[in-house]
Design a protein around this ligand. Structure first.
Ligand code: 13P
Length: 250
């Protein structure tokens, strides 16, 4: 079901104490009447404590990655079973930093999607073009291919466990945001691409988040667009004041 979602991707920020402090601030400051589903994604080592901390709240805890294998000799990796075992049932996959820095391909991301869905996890599937793609006018093609190669192999019934997050790489951490019109144009295209492959019901139901330098002062305008259902927030999710302002903007 299409929802309003504001998710904070904390990336490699916040130690245990800082995680607890920020969660306490969020618990105290997020208005109880908010219509947004709020998600936070701390680092792996702080997931278990975050789940404990948020037990009696509506805030959901997500992981930032998962390994595709069930278990095995994969030093340094984390399995889906380990995540669900501590109460983490949502995972961000395909983030552009994983793609660019850790060489994650569409094929690898597709197998991570399969593993997460097999474990009944919700997948926040990230994708988006680089600056050169937008400058050459190839951005719609790139996005379509990322969706087709990383996600579109799933069954119709799996869509209820999928949230899309369009994150143009040129807008991540740069302070440069897609204009509300650019975001809407792409989100409309994404919904249309889902419609062509999976039909209108799934396309209308899927939640599509925008990510890339969302801040308190631009959130309201971006979120006002009809195909933008919320945001995946990086830098501004690291302090309660800004993150709560973004949640309130929805
Ligand atoms: P910024 O909000 O810092 O641009 O990061 C966006 C992002 O990568 C969220 O996953």
């Amino acid at each position: 079901m299409r929802k309003k979602i504001v998710a904070g991707n904390w990336k490699m920020h916040k130690n245990a104490e800082q995680t607890e402090d920020l969660l306490n601030e969020l618990i105290a400051q997020i208005p109880t009447e908010t219509i947004a589903q709020v998600i936070v994604a701390p680092t792996f080592v702080n997931l278990a404590s975050a789940v404990d901390h948020l037990e009696f709240t509506a805030i959901i805890v997500a992981a930032q990655n998962v390994h595709q294998a069930e278990s095995g000799a994969f030093t340094g990796e984390i399995s889906a079973d380990m995540l669900t075992g501590i109460g983490v049932n949502t995972v961000i996959l395909g983030h552009s930093e994983r793609r660019a820095i850790f060489n994650e391909t569409d094929g690898l991301i597709a197998s991570k999607v399969n593993t997460a869905l097999k474990h009944d996890m919700t997948v926040i599937f990230c994708f988006g073009e680089e600056l050169k793609d937008r400058q050459s006018g190839n951005h719609f093609n790139i996005v379509e291919n990322q969706l087709k190669d990383g996600l579109f192999h799933i069954e119709n019934t799996a869509w209820e466990k999928v949230v899309l997050a369009y994150e143009p790489v040129w807008a991540i951490g740069t302070g440069e945001t897609a204009s509300p019109e650019q975001a809407q144009d792409m989100h409309e295209f994404i919904r249309e691409t889902v419609r062509k492959a999976f039909g209108s019901d799934i396309a209308e139901d899927v939640t599509i988040l925008y990510g890339g330098s969302v801040k308190p002062d631009n959130a309201k305008e971006i979120f006002s667009k009809p195909d933008v259902d919320g945001g995946l927030i990086g830098g501004a999710a690291l302090n309660a004041k800004d993150f709560v302002a973004i949640i309130t903007a929805i």
